[in-house]
Design a protein around this ligand. Sequence first.
Ligand code: OAD
Length: 242
Amino acid sequence: MEFPSELKTKLKFSNKVLALTGAGISAESGVPTFRGKEGLWKQYRAEELATPQAFSKDPKLVWEWYLWRMELISEKSPNPAHFALAELEKIKSDFFLITQNVDGLHKRSGSEKLIEIHGNIFRNRCTKCGRSSASDLTKLKQSTECGSCSSLVRPDVLWFGESYDTNLLQRAIELAADSEIVLVIGSSGAVGIPVELARIAKENGAFVIEINIDPSGYSRYADLFLQGKAGEILPNILPYFK
Ligand code: OAD
C-alpha cells in the first residue's frame, strides 16, 4: 500500500490517534459479527436478545445466548489487527482505543489505553444490588444468581435501548474531538453513538481513515476508505505511523 507524501507525513507526525473498532475487527479471529451472515443465533437477531425487554421476558434464553457467545469467544484468539493496535499504542504517545466489542480480545492482545464502551461479556452484574463480578462460565452455567443477594445477574454489557455510561461517553467525546487521526475499523455504523464520535472527530479537524470490507454508516465521514480485511490492512499500514 502506497500513500501520498502529505499523508505519510501526517501519519508519522500526528500523535493523537484514536481507533474506533467494531465486530469486524474480530471477524478474522472467528467471532461472528452481529450483522453478518453468521450473526444469527438459532433464529434470533442480536437486536431481539440484547435488550432489557428480552431479558425480563426470558432471562434463561438471553443467558443461553450469552453463554454460547462466551464459550465461543474464549476459544478464539486476537488476530493481527488487534495486535497492530496494541503496537500502535506503543508508537503514539496520545493513542486511545474505543471499542464497541464486548469480546475482550483487545485486552488479550495487550491494549491498555482502552474504553470498552459497550461493556465486556466476561463480566456480570446483579440486577438488584448492582455488584459487578468477573464471569465464570462453568459457574454461570449452573446458576445466574448473585453471590451477595441471590438475585438474578445479567451480562455487564450495554443493551439496545439502554443509556451509555455518562463518564465513559464524555471521555469518548473528548477523545474524538481532540484527535488528529481517527481509524474506524470493522463497524457497520448501525449504532448511532459510535458514528457520532466519528462525526465529532471529523468536525473538529481529524483525518478519518476507515478500514472495512464494505462501505458503512461511517463512510460519509471518511477521508480515506481502505477496503479489505482489518487483519491484513492494519499490519500493512502500521509502519507509516512510525
Ligand atoms: P456489525 O456486525 O454491525 O458490523 C460489522 C462490520 O464489520 C461490517 O461493517 C462488516 O462489513 C465489517 N467487517 C466484517 N469483517 C471484516 C474484516 N475482516 N475486516 C474489516 N471489517 C470487517 O458490528 P458493529 O458495527 O460492531 O451493540 O455493531 C455495533 C453494535 O451493534 C455492537 O457493539 C452491538 C451490536 O448489536 C450492542 O450490543 C449495544
